[in-house]
Design a protein around this ligand. Structure first.
Ligand SMILES: *Cc1c(COP(=O)(O)O)cnc(C)c1O
Length: 464
């Protein structure tokens, strides 16, 4: 009988996170302010606790996971590595398809891997309350869950369109004790400004970040901090537990290395989490194709420039060196809410600049068709974001069939879609279309956003 599930026992869980910053052939450029001043850890202190800022700027390759935290992560970790045998058979491919099932966490996605870690470090630092933003509601629910575990208050600004389209995640947040409002809201200065400027706006992650950061830094007690679910270095770091587990699990079935590694990328965290340990191997000579995927309607990695840009819409955050559609970019309301961010994590961006990754953008209909094929072969209903990984997996598996190669394809099953059924409904009743942003609109958003910002050079070793 073929093996379908590979487990690690709790005492086999990785005890350190992997920090790609230590191994990038060309070091990352630092975050700066609009006048080009390099941002120091002290400047970030009103926003994040110092223990997480230390991780953010760390150049250490391995960072210990505290024992108490490991014990808490073991509520759902190690996550299983599974083989998609039925999809393989349906496709008639000689490829072996393995996936890390991150949908097994209480919030149903990979996000608690960082949410819990961030909540725990904030608690250690004496913080009482966290603020954050959420797109589809995955991060807001993950952080609400995490805060309830460690005993923090949680305030969530949720992108308006998702707040209206996805009421169930709001309820999840409430069950876990979080306080969720639609963004833009009238609770913050930046929210009121957006409402005035863009009446009826569907909102965006960037706008919601502005509100959440403002709510954190304006709390006079000094006991509120902000938590970001993706993009930043420390978030990528926390998620590497996924790829580190996957390596051990593949070794258990005698696989030395995957040939192809795939993950969908919104801000980049689940992709980075699975792939960075393999990017490490690639830097050290391994032959692995590493593919981050994104929607055609928000083509950050495939069509945007590498530039210094704000992480949010109103320019409160430092400028990050990243591929970006511009902080003024408002993506069309596609159902994969978690993939609507205008930028890409600086660590993922630098790996892209270096040529270590092969990004792919995918049309919405192909992704839903892949999600439905997945459900009808493997069974589970995937998150709309995850469908962008599965569509690429299917392309790669069919390519392996054409080439007659027994490749090992590994991907991140970033979350389930049981609270995203309205997107499936829209797809099945023929209401969805593909949408490619006209070149002029892309250029206009990039130009208006980046006009007065300092330039950044895309430096690379030239090895890949
Ligand atoms: C949030 C989310 C994503 C996208 O975020 P990343 O930081 O790029 O991982 C992908 N899949 C699921 C299920 C999500 O909830």
């Amino acid at each position: 009988m073929e093996i379908r599930k590979i487990y690690l026992s709790e005492d086999e869980i990785p005890r350190q996170w992997y920090n790609l910053a230590a191994d990038l052939p060309t070091p990352m450029q630092p975050p700066v302010t609009p006048d080009g001043t390099v941002v120091t850890p002290e400047m970030l202190a009103p926003v994040f606790p110092m223990n997480l800022i230390e991780q953010e700027v760390s150049q250490e390759r391995w960072i210990d996971i505290p024992d108490e935290l490991l014990g808490m992560l073991c509520r759902w970790r190690p996550s299983p590595l599974k083989r998609a045998l039925n999809l393989e058979r349906a496709l008639g491919t000689p490829a072996k398809i393995y996936y890390k099932d991150e949908s097994v966490s209480p919030a149903g996605s990979h996000k608690p891997n960082s949410a819990l870690v961030q909540a725990w470090y904030n608690k250690q630092f004496g913080i009482k309350r966290l603020t954050t933003e959420t797109g589809a509601g995955q991060w807001g629910s993950a952080l609400s869950f995490a805060c309830s575990l460690v005993g923090l208050e949680c305030k969530v600004f949720m992108v308006r369109i998702s707040y209206d389209q996805k009421p169930y995640r709001k309820i999840l947040m409430s069950v876990w004790g979080g306080n969720c409002v639609a963004s833009p809201s009238s609770e913050t200065q930046s929210g009121r400004k957006f409402l005035e400027q863009y009446p009826g706006t569907p909102g965006s992650l960037g706008m919601a970040i502005s509100e959440a950061v403002e709510a954190a830094v304006t709390d006079k007690s000094g006991k509120t901090r902000y938590a970001l679910g993706s993009v930043l270095n420390h978030v990528m770091l926390h998620q590497t537990i996924i790829g580190l587990e996957a390596k051990k699990q593949l070794a258990k079935v005698g696989i030395k290395k995957p040939d192809v590694v795939i993950g969908c990328a919104g801000g980049g965290s689940n992709f980075a989490g699975l792939s960075f340990p393999f990017v490490h191997d690639k830097i050290n000579g391994a032959d692995i194709e590493i593919i981050p995927t994104e929607p055609q309607s928000c083509p950050t990695m495939t069509k945007a420039p590498f530039a210094y840009d704000f992480g949010d819409t109103s320019g409160l955050t430092p400028l990050l060196p990243m591929f970006t559609l511009g902080h003024n970019f408002v993506p069309p309301p596609l159902h994969a809410g978690g993939l609507r961010y205008h930028g890409m994590a600086p660590l993922v961006s630098q790996a892209l600049v270096e040529g270590l990754l092969n990004p792919l953008s995918l049309p919405q209909l192909e992704c839903y068709a892949a999600a439905v094929q997945w459900a009808r072969t493997e069974g589970p209903i995937c998150a709309p974001e995850t469908s962008h990984a599965i569509a690429a997996v299917i392309r790669e598996a069919l390519k392996a069939k054409e080439e007659g190669k027994e490749k090992v394809i590994l991907f991140n099953y970033s979350g389930h879609g049981l609270l995203d059924l309205s997107g499936y409904d829209a797809y099945l009743s023929g209401k969805l279309t593909d949408y490619e942003i006209p070149e002029e609109d892309l250029n206009a958003a990039v130009k208006s956003s980046l006009e007065n910002l300092p330039p950044v050079e895309a430096k690379k070793s030239g090895k890949w």
